[in-house]
Each structure stands twice: as C-alpha cells, then as structure tokens.
Ligand binder design. Sequence first.
Ligand SMILES: [Zn+2]
Length: 444
Amino acid sequence: MSTPRAVDEVVDLVSSLIRFDTSNTGELSTTKGEEECARWVAQRLEEAGYVTEYVESGQPGRGNVFARLEGDPGNTRGTLLLHTHLDVVPAEPADWSVHPFSGSVSDGYIWGRGAVDMKDMVGMALALARQFKRDGTVPPRDIVFAFLADEEAGGAWGSHWLVENRPDLFDGVTEAVGEVGGFSLTVDRPDGTQRRLYLVETAEKGLAWMRLTADATAGHGSFLHADNAVTEIAEAVARIGRHTFPLVMTESVSQFLAEVSAETGLDLSPDTPDLETALFKLGNLARIIGATLRDTANPTMLKAGYKANVIPQKAEAVVDCRVLPGRQAAFEAEIDELIGPNVTREWITHLDSYETTFDGHLVDAMNEAILAHDPDGKTVPYMLSGGTDAKAFAKLGIRCFGFAPLQLPPDLDFAALFHGVDERVPVESLLFGTRVLEHFLLHS
Ligand SMILES: [Zn+2]
C-alpha cells in the first residue's frame, strides 16, 4: 500500500481544519475551539510517527502544538521554525454564501473562515510534516513545526506567552517562516505580457494602540465653561485623523517598488506625486502596500459623557497606530505635537516593527522553490502593514519571513479575503503551494 503524499491529503486536511470553529473574539470567555483543533493536529502528527508537545499558553484551552523533525546533524545554520496559527477571526454565517465553518470544496475552492488566514498553511505544513516523517526524510536542518493559538488577538495568549515562558521550545531556532507572504501578484508588462511576482514578507509595521485622555473640569451644561474634556479630545482626535505622516522609504518598500517599476514600466519612485494612488495600478494589493509608505494613526474609539446636561470630567479616545521600522521616536514626537498639552497618551498595546534583509541561504531557497514550479515567477520582498506572530519570534533574535506560497489567479482580490466574507482558497493554489513548500523545506 502506498502512503499518501502531501498533495493527496492537503485539501482534506485544510477542509477538516476549517470545520473546527476556532473563532478568536479577543475575549478569553468567548474564544473557543483552539484546544480541540490543536489536539486533532497533534493526533495527525502522532499517527505519522511524531512525538508532539501540547502546550497551553497561559490560559485554559489556548492550545499550541509543537513537533520537531531532525535534520542533517552536520548543518550549521540552526533550526528552522515553521509557524502557523490555528485561531481565526469570527464570521457571521448570515453574510456568507456557504457556512463559514463548512470547509466545503466546490467550484475549485475550499471555502470557509481561515481558508487563507491561515488554515491553508496549517494544512500544507501538516501534510508535509506527515509526508517527511513517513518517508524518513532528513531535511538539511532541524525543522520545528508550530501550530499556535491567539495570533488574531496579537498573540498575548499564544506566541508572546510562549516566547516569554517557554523559550526552550525554540532552542536552536535561527530563522522562521510563517504568514503573510509567498502569494503571487500578477503584473502587466509594457509589452502586453504578464508576470507573476511572489511577495515575500521581510518586514512588518509596528502595532501600537494608543489611549488618549483629556481631564478637565466637570460642570453644568448650561453654564459658561472654558475647559471641556469632550472638546479637547475631539480636537486631538480630529488633528490626528487628518494628519499625513511623512513618506519614509524603508529598505523592503524601496526594493519592492524598484522591482515592480522595473517589471511594469510604471513610475513608482518616491518622487511620484500621490504614490498611494499610483499603486492602485497594481490592483487591490495597493491597500496593503500603500499603507507601508508612511506611519498611520486611525482613531477607532471614543468615550465620554453620561448625560446631556453634564459636562464630563474625562473624555477618552483610542487610536490604532502603525509605525514603520525606525520611526517610533519620530512618530511619538509628531503625535505629541498633534495632541497638545491638555491631552495625555498611553500605549494599550505596543508591538515593535520588524525588518530583515532579502538575502542569504533561506531567501535563495525560496527563489529556487518558486522557480522550480513557476519558471517565469520572481520573488520580491515587501512589508506587511499589519502584524503576525513573527513579532514575538523576532524578540528571540530569530530572523523571520512571511512565506506561505500560493499561486493565485490574476484577478482574485486576495487582500479582500483576509478576514473577509466568503473567504476561500483555490484548490490549485494550495496544491502549488504544497509543492513549493516541499521544495523549499528540502533545500532550506
Ligand atoms: Zn493570520
């Protein structure tokens, strides 16, 4: 009896993974499913011959699974971490054309919450881990397969807890791959042909949620009243919301723009007036790329007052700040200028930005793996505007990349599928990704 290959079972695995409702609401009391899903993943690994470790990251039910595949003992590059997360953002079934936790396979897609973020990659990693173990494969270096909790709420009860409390799980790890990268972007060349670029994530903006507070004097709404906390907070929020931070060319972004300009003939240099708009010639991915040209600060919450005729003593706002590598101090100085002396600020959540260079053996292995399965493809670095578990692993000095390969149809609005309605992944993209990831891991 021949044993199944990764490509033979990856679709079933992804579909099964989606059927676990692992919705992460951001609240401990309502987040669910991670333990069941993690234990199921552990069983799939154990039946292929692994010894696994199930770890709860600081709270009951926050399940994580680890398995290690021994590589060539003569290798000096350290261990490679392949990390994925099992949780997903919630989904409202009434909005979807299929049930978001059905994992149904139809019209050439696997449908459901997590199909691209990131049970697709969980399935690929699981299928390949099983194949390697069954075959007795010895990869060039040790590989740690990690299936994690709580990524969608920032990883406080997942990657960050593990890094702080169980660093031994990452002993010897020097480099890591995870989301969000490796997917194709099809661009038009000046001669009318097209080319697929595969975007490898080499950088992430920082994530900083800021609370603004105005303290003033409470009083009667009918009186003359000079210092009003609501007015103070409203003015600060409006100034931040309308502010444009300076264009800053980080290494990852300038490399990306140079590569894309060379390929397409578009002028996407830093001097282009309204570069953000020019980027939309590349399609919807411009929503992500455009957000990596500058720091952003978007007001998201307001809180003040309890009665129409009472001026409250206190007013608050929350601002979602995303800061470029190297910009934190300058960003804070600009914010202080905008909020003025009567409003104070504090960080509710603060995760540093991250950036690495697009070079070295691991990057070569990504290039080669893509070229082996798409000879006209090309890998380019890019910066993610959001955050991933890479932020936690970077704290251990691990060099992190987003590389979850998918060859996508040119017209698919991939960015819209993340946390979107009718999230789905093309079956062909997943099979391609599994082959590329296999090639990559065997040459990493
Ligand atoms: Zn994700």
